[in-house]
Ligand binder design. Structure first.
Ligand SMILES: NC(=O)c1ccc[n+]([C@@H]2O[C@H](COP(=O)([O-])OP(=O)(O)OC[C@H]3O[C@@H](n4cnc5c(N)ncnc54)[C@H](OP(=O)(O)O)[C@@H]3O)[C@@H](O)[C@H]2O)c1
Length: 294
């Protein structure tokens, strides 16, 4: 029987890490899921010892921190030092690395979706640290694939869906950042993409490098939040009366790229991976939330 490779997934309790662990196992990969408690990706010795013991064929780095509340030092640690350690160890031990990244490396002032080789101009320390992490991966190893993606959501963890619904249950008004345009992407959909890529790499397709994947249909952050609320109202009465649009600086976050849509033609051309709709993904996430609550 055809044997799928061994994956080690970091950040396995996060949105992507959790979904990817579940999907990869279902598909027959041998999976080692490492939560933050199991493995700190910034700890070189721990990473080197664990990889040497477990000998994975691929490491998928799904560890990260969301923008909200991160100071510059924390950004640097998790987004630069972590990937650098993983890249060094993977290179030393001849393990392929799939590293997740995002559109915050671009300037955010485009009006057309960003291509992989567009100019880099991060609008914040967060974006700069993400780019430094990407560069560390590129410099340390050849067998890497950096996958930039859109606004991730899922039914667990730091999901924007959960955070918004929590607020909508407590208040009649919720403030939402104005003027942000992007492509929400469900962690389930992104897991499909990651496993499809690994299967092809493992069959000898030598398409290493940087790729983009996000779901179809560009939407404002405000519009995405409205859709979440409308979907949840099919299952629950929410006290929320109004979403209030405010400038992102009023929400205490790092400045986010105002436009973060990614062009996904290259992942289609090289891996045959088509984009799916975020709306379908969102409906499934919301339905799951209420199914689990019953
Ligand atoms: N969320 C988005 O909108 C988005 C968009 C584009 C790209 N991405 C990228 O996609 C990846 C997955 O994102 P996500 O939304 O699934 O993230 P997430 O839900 O925030 O999960 C990240 C996980 O990483 C863990 N972690 C944090 N620091 C760590 C460390 N030093 N060592 C090991 N684990 C650590 C966290 O654990 P603790 O919570 O215990 O610290 C958490 O379980 C990240 O690389 C992220 O940068 C995310």
């Amino acid at each position: 029987m055809f044997e799928l490779p061994k994956l080690l997934i970091t950040g396995a309790e996060g949105q992507l890490g959790y979904e990817l662990s579940a999907q990869a196992q279902e598909q027959g990969f041998e999976v080692v899921s490492c939560s933050h408690d199991d493995l700190d990706i910034c700890d070189w010795q721990a990473v080197a010892a664990l990889f040497a013991e477990l000998k994975p064929d691929y490491v998928v780095n799904a560890a990260g921190k969301t923008l909200l509340g991160l100071d510059s030092e924390a950004c640097f640690n998790i987004n630069f030092q972590g990937p650098e350690v993983l890249a060094q160890v993977c290179s030393d031990q001849d393990i392929a690395l799939i590293h997740l990244s995002c559109a915050e490396v671009f300037g955010g002032d485009s009006e057309i979706p960003y291509r992989e080789d567009d100019d880099i101009a991060p609008p914040s320390d967060y974006g700069r640290s993400i780019y430094q992490g990407e560069q560390a991966v590129r410099q340390h190893m050849c067998r890497h694939l950096i996958l930039r993606t859109g606004w991730l959501f899922s039914a667990r963890g730091q999901s924007s869906v959960l955070k918004l619904l929590e607020q909508a249950r407590k208040a009649d008004q919720v403030c939402v950042a104005d003027g942000l345009v992007g492509s929400p992407t469900s962690a389930v959909d992104l897991s499909r993409v990651v496993t499809a890529i690994i299967k092809q790499l493992d069959c000898g397709v030598e398409n290493w490098g940087t790729y983009h994947y996000c779901a179809t249909e560009t939407v404002s952050w405000f519009g995405f939040c409205e859709t979440i609320i409308a979907a949840a109202r099919q299952y629950e009465d929410l006290p929320l009366e109004q979403l209030v649009s405010v400038h992102q600086s009023e929400l205490g976050s790092h400045p986010r790229a105002t436009y973060s849509v990614l062009n996904c033609e290259q992942v289609l051309r090289d891996f045959g991976i088509h984009q799916r709709s975020w709306r379908t993904g969102l409906m499934k996430v919301v339905r799951n939330l209420y199914d689990w609550a019953e």
